[in-house]
Design a protein around this ligand. Sequence first.
Ligand code: DP6
Length: 400
Amino acid sequence: MTVYQATASAPVNIACIKYWGKRDTKLILPTNSSLSVTLDQDHLRSTTTSRADPSFQKDRLWLNGEEEEIKDGGRLATCIKEMKALRRELEDKDSSLPKISGYPVHICSRNNFPTAAGLASSASGFAALVASLAALYQLPTDASRLSLIARQGSGSACRSLFGGFVAWQMGEKPDGSDSYAVQVAPREHWPDIHALICVVSDDKKGTSSTSGMQRTVETSTLLQHRIKHVVPERMRAISEAILARDFDTFARITMQDSNQFHAVALDTDPPIFYMNDVSRAIIALIVEYNRVAVANGGKLKAAYTYDAGPNAVIYAPKENIKEIVELIVKYFPQADSFKDPFGLFSGKGVTGKVVDGFNEAVAKPFGVGAVKNLIHTRVGDGPRTLGAEETLLGENGLPK
Ligand code: DP6
């Protein structure tokens, strides 16, 4: 008997121009376009296996070993239904295709990074779900078409259907058919863009993106200014900077847009604070690091950005990452030694130091654990279809 099964992995993305606000909460249509960098799946990824089988009782899904409820009309159910509909279209056109669109599916998904790390996993998770169902159903791989479906799982997920530098065009149609992701440039265009993720410890439960952004839409007047007068020009300018490999402009816009996203969060009633003292200290360090570079006649060397939590993501050309790691470790001593996937320190430990001319008084040093972990990665590729040996489902159709 044929087993209809496929496994795919998908990357995390971190936005430079932030998506924050929906004009349609059911279809997940945004109030502004956004743009992100896809990170390397060799370091951070979600992997998903999907199987269609007539003997299954119903659609079921497991995430990191735990079964998740697929609520009727919910985001998971919508994505699965839309993918089955695409398969049915093919089957209707070509009667030689096995009619698997009517079979229930079992879906098993895993992240290779701990959920506790506070890294958004919904983007890579929904992208991997859609990519694995696309492989299972042997759909023609038009990533923009698939991004329309991933978008309905989680807005930011639509951008994880592509590698490199990715824009989510907000579109204007009420049915959402023009609200999808497009690639601005593949990773090969600018492979020098690396990222250092500073995982900041956080005990309090923050406001989720979904509910936070809705409150912002309802109460912030600053958001209206951002949507109308700021984002359109930034989208144009940052796309141009990416095409020209102009890091100075890329960095300036990325930091400005992170700042404005956190400003509209603060402008929400009641106000939302995602950054904490550690996040703000990291901003001060990057600002000072850039000041020294510019004072020496150079250009910006690093850009910080923050999502709906206190973690910092620092984008920089590869050649600067070593200095940045030294800088962060000086102010945020690490319990564990720096995992050095690119061999920057050639086996020698990180001592923690600042560049010449750096004003050390811009931040106070914190204790061990304030920054729990540093993850060095870089711009990466889009979803990958994996071989049968990578399957997460056992022969019985349950998680292995
Ligand atoms: C701050 O995509 O998680 O990371 O569409 O409600 O699932 P939903 O929200 P989500 O929001 C991401 C917000 C952000 C900015 C961004 O990624 O663009």
